[in-house]
Design a protein around this ligand. Structure first.
Ligand SMILES: *Cc1c(COP(=O)(O)O)cnc(C)c1O
Length: 377
């Protein structure tokens, strides 16, 4: 058989995206131009809070934690069922990372597991909207308020989703996004941070703009000439160039189409795969409207590896999301032990992401369903 490779996720680029990017390439500004503010305004319009664009989801997390001024002595409580950046970007500030176990239905951080980890040093509770299903915002908010911590939502999977009728981005104090090609929309590489409090966003923006004080009213020596600017803290250059902002602006116009198509595909998978042995399908809680990024099933009874290998051999690019973060040597070598979050470890042992992306055809999806059925029945 010579069927094409089906990835677990991929971008959907059309002619309008290509035109948007080439228009910027022909113009005056490749970076630091007008497309940057335009992209940030478009993100704000879509998610309900002001935005700073950055070069990746990892940069978004790093800018968020650094902008908060985290450092040694602070603690960040987060989930092990995520891409490592949710935790590693915080660890790089010198803060201590505590991993809370997940809820078995959504694989999102479990507020009941967070509670015993709270302390007077808790600076941030950082959850992830795993697979695009929003985290348990209301229960986590009760906990951040108890200790005066910041609520951060890593929404790399979930732009376009909502919780109790409110869009992802307007829920937590700080929300981060990734625009990597496999995510719900892409700018090639890229990301954004949004914050509901303007002063918090200003600090994050300053870090992501090399520490430059962007408020002329605050300059220490404002009587110098027009050339004068001041660096008031240390930061990094996380600027997203106009070329990529143009792609992001163009993609954002189709976000609702992408999210709708993902929902259709998820509904079809749920129907086509129901009743298969040794298979648990994703669940959706009441009151949430996920923007499904992953179609994450669980293959029970020790059969995940067999399913992974046979599907890959059939040209189906299944993936495992994720290896528990603290199993990686960088955490294991500093004392994090296996067994710490048993629900997450069991979830990992069974998890399999099936191909899900808006340009996927019905025929592609049926190929995945037939291949998985052949393995399990
Ligand atoms: C993709 C992803 C990131 C990192 O985003 P990049 O743009 O790849 O740096 C962070 N957290 C989660 C949950 C992700 O899926």
């Amino acid at each position: 058989m010579n069927a094409s490779w089906l990835p677990y996720g991929r971008q959907w680029i059309d002619d309008s995206d290509i035109e948007a990017v080439t228009a910027v390439l022909r113009g005056d500004w490749l970076t630091t131009g007008p497309a940057v503010a335009e992209f940030e305004a478009a993100i704000q319009a879509a998610v309900g809070a002001p935005a700073v664009s950055v070069t990746s989801g990892t940069a978004a997390l790093h800018a968020a934690y650094a902008g908060l001024g985290l450092g040694p002595g602070d603690e960040v409580i987060t989930t092990p069922m995520t891409f490592i950046a949710t935790a590693s970007a915080a660890a790089m500030t010198g803060a201590r990372i505590k991993f809370a176990d997940i809820s078995p239905d959504t694989a999102n951080i479990d507020p009941a597991a967070v509670e015993p980890l709270l302390s007077s040093r808790t600076a941030v509770i950082a959850g992830v909207d795993y697979a695009g299903h929003p985290m348990d915002v209301d229960a986590l908010r009760v906990l951040t308020e108890r200790v005066g911590a910041v609520l951060l939502e890593d929404a790399a999977h979930s732009i376009g989703g909502s919780y109790q009728g409110r869009p992802v981005g307007s829920l937590a104090d700080i929300t981060t996004f990734s625009f990597f090609p496999s995510k719900n929309l892409t700018s090639a590489e890229g990301g954004a941070v949004v914050a509901t409090q303007p002063d918090l966003l200003a600090e994050i923006r300053r870090f992501a703009r090399i520490g430059r004080n962007l408020n002329r009213d605050e300059l220490r020596h404002s009587d110098e000439g027009e050339w004068w600017y001041e660096m008031s803290s240390f930061g990094l250059n996380y600027r997203l160039p106009d070329v990529l902002c143009a792609l992001g602006i163009s993609q954002l116009k189709r976000l609702s189409t992408f999210v709708e198509r993902r929902r259709e595909l998820v509904a079809a998978y749920n129907e086509l795969l129901s009743g298969l042995p040794d298979l648990t399908l994703p669940t959706q809680r009441d009151g949430v409207s996920p923007a499904w990024h992953l179609y994450a099933v669980r293959v029970r009874n020790g059969r995940r590896r067999e399913a992974f290998e046979k599907l890959r051999a059939a040209g189906i690019g299944v993936q495992v999301n994720y290896i528990p973060v603290y199993w990686h040597p960088v955490f294991a070598d500093s004392g994090y032990r296996r067994g710490m979050c048993p629900v997450a470890e069991k979830f990992y042992a069974e998890q399999l992401s099936l191909p899900l992306y808006p340009a996927m055809s019905e025929a592609d999806q049926l190929r995945v369903v037939e291949a998985l059925t052949t393995v399990l029945v």
